[in-house]
Design a protein around this ligand. Structure first.
Ligand code: C5P
Length: 403
């Protein structure tokens, strides 16, 4: 859930601030990119150097660098907008009151007011402060803004008193955020089959018929779907790519027939299938047992047609299942894509053209035309495949409700 997420951690001045070093470590280990902003008082409780080292990013607490000759300005708006997620931990009674009233008298508060992402807050204070009606009202205000409360825990407090007010442990903070993100994720509960990469059709033990597909588009779709909460079954042809995303089950295959069997089996349990693999249409009729030697004359390979995975799944699909095909064309692109949509019975075709240096096979960027069965079309301009993947999923989500 945290993989690739941009997390902004706002630390305010309470004794529990020392625990944020551990929280940063957990976030980094979970694959997040972390930036830390401190309230001025937080610096008395935790070292900016520790947080900068652990987060691998500079830590800020004021609007500009007083030590730098040019007084380098830190852009609170940019930082706020950068975040996919903001965590305020520990959040003191004082900073909570400021947030409840939109007060912006330090850099952290300005960053918070500029952020548009989901905000989680983990209060920490002494038990009577926690119980105070003013604190309670402020806590409710923050919740009414749509922020998620990670309640304080009971136990021994810095004052020596026992009661509720300790900041939740970093592991608990992580677990609560993860559970909430999962619940909010747009593809939560969806099972998605994606196939990707080329296929290799063996000629003999060392040679094959293949193509230039890298698997980048399919992998980007798998990562995006997983980050949107789906359980992804990725049937991956021979590609150098790999993923550690816990929501993606990777099944590696080599030939079209292996990809066909794996995709067919996974489709039985899938809600959506996105078939982005560059499947080889033909395979050698025979595979030689030994390496074929030079004979001094020409050599012909007898090829037979491979199963069409997309067409097969299109024929199998139920009313509830959604099947998306890809088309890579070098001529009459749109007409050919429309034909495919029809003959292969898919709900969508993502058309990309292999005609320049930035689109299609092997590149990190792509530009596509999305065509829906009803005839609706939308062009998604040239952009990184990783970003395009989210946009493709957003369009699918718009038309096929996820939950
Ligand atoms: O017919 P064409 O190969 O251009 O169609 C492309 C689409 O069909 C892609 O989604 C590709 O994954 C799929 N396909 C397939 N099985 C094949 C050939 C293509 O699933 N044998």
């Amino acid at each position: 859930m945290f993989s690739g997420k941009k997390v902004l951690l706002g630390v305010t001045g309470g004794i529990a601030a020392y625990k944020t070093t551990y929280l940063v470590r957990l976030l980094i280990k979970a694959g997040a990119e972390v930036r830390v902003v401190l309230s001025p008082a937080a610096r008395d409780f935790v070292s900016p150097l520790s947080l900068a080292t652990l987060s691998k990013n500079p830590v800020y607490w004021e609007y500009y660098d007083k030590d730098s000759e040019n007084g380098l300005w830190h852009n609170h708006v940019e930082l706020g907008l950068w975040a996919d997620l903001m965590i305020l931990a520990p959040l003191t009674a004082n900073s909570m009151a400021k947030i409840a009233h939109g007060q912006s008298d330090n850099f952290l508060m300005a960053v918070y007011l500029s952020a548009k992402c989901p905000v989680f807050f983990a209060p920490a204070m002494d038990l009577d402060m926690y119980k105070h009606p003013a604190t309670k009202a402020n806590m409710e205000s923050l919740q009414s803004f749509g922020h998620y409360l990670i309640p304080a825990e009971s136990g021994e407090l810095a004052s020596g008193l026992e009661g509720k007010g300790r900041m939740a442990e970093p592991e608990t903070i992580m677990a609560k955020i993860e559970a909430q993100l999962k619940e909010n994720a747009p593809l939560n509960g969806k099972r998605i089959l994606i196939n990707a990469g080329p296929t290799y059709e063996p000629i003999d033990p060392v040679r094959f018929i293949g193509n230039r597909s890298s698997g980048k588009m399919g992998m980007a779709l798998a990562e995006a779907a997983a980050n949107y909460g789906a359980s992804v079954h990725l049937v991956l042809g021979p590609s150098a790519l790999d993923t550690q995303n816990p929501n993606i089950k990777v099944e590696r295959v080599e030939t079209t027939r292996e990809m066909f069997e794996a995709s067919r089996a996974a489709f039985e349990h899938a809600d959506w299938a996105i078939l982005s693999a560059a499947v080889s249409d033909y395979r050698p009729k025979e595979t030689a047992n030994q390496k074929i030697k030079k004979s001094g004359s020409s050599l012909s390979l007898d090829l037979v047609e491979n199963p069409d995975i997309l067409k097969h799944l299109g024929g199998m699909k139920t009313e509830e299942q959604v099947v998306v095909g890809f088309a890579l064309e070098t001529e009459n692109a749109e007409a050919n894509a429309l034909k495919k949509l029809d003959t292969k019975n898919c709900d969508w075709i993502v058309l990309n053209q292999a005609d320049d240096s930035a689109r299609g096979f092997g590149h990190d960027t792509n530009e596509v035309l999305l065509i829906k069965r009803s005839g609706e079309k939308e062009k998604l301009e040239l952009k990184p495949k990783k970003q395009l993947a989210y946009e493709i999923l957003d369009r699918l989500l718009k038309h096929h409700s996820a939950k």
